[in-house]
Design a protein around this ligand. Sequence first.
Ligand SMILES: O=P(O)(O)OC[C@H]1O[C@H](O)[C@H](O)[C@@H](O)[C@@H]1O
Length: 560
Amino acid sequence: MKISESKEWKQLTSHLLEDIQGIKVGELNDLKSRFEDFSYEFDDLLIDFSKQKVTSKTRELLLSLAEAANLKSSIAALSEGKPINTTENRPALHTACRLPASVELVVDQIDINLAVQEEISKIDKMVEKLSNGHWRGYSGKPIRDIVNLGVGGSDLGPLLVCEALDEFKVDYPNNIRVHFASTMDGSQISDIFNTLNPETTVFVLVSKSFSTIDTLSNAASAKAWLMSNCPNEALVDKQHFIGVSVSAEKMGEWGIHPDNQLRLWDWVGGRYSLWSSVGLTIAIKLGMENFKLLLSGAHSIDKHFFETELSQNLPVLMGLIGVWNSNFLGVPAQAILPYDARLKYLPNYLMQLEMESNGKSVTQGGESIDYDSCPVLWGEVGPNAQHAFYQMMHQGTRKVTSDFIAPIRRFSKEDSEHGKSLQEQHLLTLANCFAQSRALMTGGSLDELASNSSEKKQFPNPHKFYPGDQTSTTILIPELNPYTLGQLIALYEHKVFVMATIWGINPFDQWGVELGKIMANETLSELKNAASTEKFDNGTNTLINLVKEGIGKNGKGSNS
Ligand SMILES: O=P(O)(O)OC[C@H]1O[C@H](O)[C@H](O)[C@@H](O)[C@@H]1O
């Protein structure tokens, strides 16, 4: 039975019609105990749902929906390593990558934490060798630059963490820096070639499958760059390339030396993999201690998710409210708004996490669903987004729900003038964060606000009127550090799982990305073929033929 046919789903629909429709979220927030009733804490992390359009009854009915969808047993299946990724017949065990070393996790009679810990020691050794200057390039100089070549899940997680925690980077004597190149178009990798020294650069080829053309094409260019400086391929491979993949065979075929291979398992999904050897660049930049703190922050959320009753379980509540917004309130979009520029890659990271996991329209059993799944997610650092797309959120026609994310503490108190000024800037940022969620909720008229009058005008200027009634969740972390960032990311991972479970879909496969890859291969052979093509649709054929004919080569828009 589809979840939309359940009694609990129907009760939510009736609740919407009878109790919620016509109510504005701002009216709910007028109740004195609102914050107390709808905010939750775990460790020092606080989630405030008071600006969501939910009442106690909504919460109660959503929790019943979770029971009806067997959420509890699904959470147990996730934690125990049952093969819940049914289309690929394997477990989803990213949580195993952040287990404390002393804990056993036996799956199919094997303690998989042994394999995890073995890989962590290999990472540790590599970090040590790089940091003490013993890893040397072809000319004997110590390595200074590490370039992560990967895309999607093999790029976004390490990129997010390395950028967000830059202040925690290790001050190596040889001043090691990490860089990222993901796009197949060559722009990023050519910047790397223009700025780094081949003698002191190591490339980390991160690809779970080791067959992703984006990464392999960047890797091929990297090898060509190195070999134009040192024609000894074996030496280049040994001193300048590390591989991270499920397939030792493919890494070997490419030329990755066995000592430089880090292992990944098919039970770690790409977009859930930053906790594994995929996080090598994180460990290099932040050091092993911080990498382990990141893992333990995530593990604290795993324990909370696996062990806490549904009504007090943060990812469960986040997921259920997400379902309520998508399926009952009909909110099609979700904005991710970190009020801290260090989290600038969080929106991109969550776009992949949520939309690649839950952007599906069939159940685990292959049946079409008759309700919406993943909303459209997008985002930007909040203060910048205020000057860009908030206009649409305040006065556009679309419903949007937002996550406002901010650290409570930022700059430590310093007596210097600029220290005080930075403190002020942090307060200014928090003020904007809280004001924007309030403004989205209450709306109002600019004229009335400007005149400080509580009197409502009968005909407010429509251009200066804000309808309000946009919902949001506020997530506050005490401060941004490896532990709290681990918590934040794990929170979202489990929220995605909760939503998938309610919708009955598999969040761990991504068949939707395959068709385009096949078509790109066919298109490439046509582009390379000198004769004009008629193989595809008229529009596509024309685009291909235009490129072959070199249209626009001598016009004003060309400088080649
Ligand atoms: O790690 P790889 O096998 O190279 O995959 C890299 C990425 O590309 C795929 O097409 C998927 O869309 C992503 O889920 C994946 O993270």
